[in-house]
Design a protein around this ligand. Structure first.
Ligand SMILES: [Zn+2]
Length: 241
């Protein structure tokens, strides 16, 4: 069951770091683009702290990761990639970040917004803490969709720039825990494109075989829940008119 026809849709995918969107929803993004959606990425930081290589500098890593993301996005059929250039590890869901996301929503006027699930703090079974930037971008994006982008009185300076309020009707939050999701997208056909995109995040993936196994296992679990071979899982919120 996946129930979305992406043909002719505008899709905005908002992540904290280069690679988040691809890990969380890469195969769905590829499916949407293949069906004729216009997909746009908005990424808050350049992930400049994502290395333990002593010879790497944050400035250089920033440039490398932007390029990795642009190349990966191309593989998936993403139309545009925008970065907000926040510092990795320091993202907070403040009004400045929300305003920038609202601006992007009002400019691109998406039918569907994808982002990270801000309610996901930790995962007991795997002894895992979700990165604070992931929670921050999820929270800021939810707030940007509702109510900020919708309300004429929020950020009135946008109207003067010709950007009018926009109501987002469909929100999909990447779910790291498939069992908590309520929506599964059959990505059997585009799963390999996701793997290819992830392999291009060279500074992040290290051992690609391990990443592939983890991704395949997760997609299979989601697939069982979604009654297909491979699925990506989401919490889907369809906002009322
Ligand atoms: Zn991340």
């Amino acid at each position: 069951m996946d129930g979305i026809n992406f043909k002719g849709k505008k899709v905005l995918v908002v992540g904290a770091h280069p690679d988040d969107n691809d890990f969380g929803a890469g195969a769905t993004v590829a499916k949407a683009a293949r069906q004729g959606a216009e997909v746009i990425y908005l990424i808050a930081t350049t992930g400049q702290r994502g290395s333990s290589d002593e010879n790497m500098t944050p400035e250089r890593l920033s440039e490398i990761r932007k390029k990795e993301q642009e190349d990966a996005a191309k593989v998936l059929g993403v139309r545009e990639v925008h970065f907000l250039d926040y510092v990795d590890g320091e993202l907070i869901p403040d009004i400045r970040l929300k305003e920038q996301i609202v601006k992007s929503i009002r400019r691109h006027r998406p039918d569907i917004v994808f982002t990270m699930d801000p309610s996901f703090f930790y995962y007991k079974s795997f002894g895992m803490v979700n990165h604070s930037d992931h929670r921050a971008i999820g929270e800021a994006t939810l707030d940007a969709c509702y109510p900020l982008a919708r309300d004429l009185m929020s950020f009135p300076e946008h109207t003067r720039e010709g950007l009018n309020p926009h109501k987002v009707k469909d929100l999909l939050l990447y779910s790291f825990v498939p069992e908590n999701a309520n929506f599964y997208v059959d990505v059997t056909e585009t799963f390999d494109m996701k793997l290819k995109a992830l392999s291009l995040h060279k500074t992040q993936v290290g051992d690609m075989q391990r990443v592939e196994k983890r991704m395949r296992d997760r997609a299979e679990v989601s697939g069982r829940l979604g009654r297909c071979k491979y699925a990506e899982s989401f919490v889907r919120l369809q906002l009322p008119e």
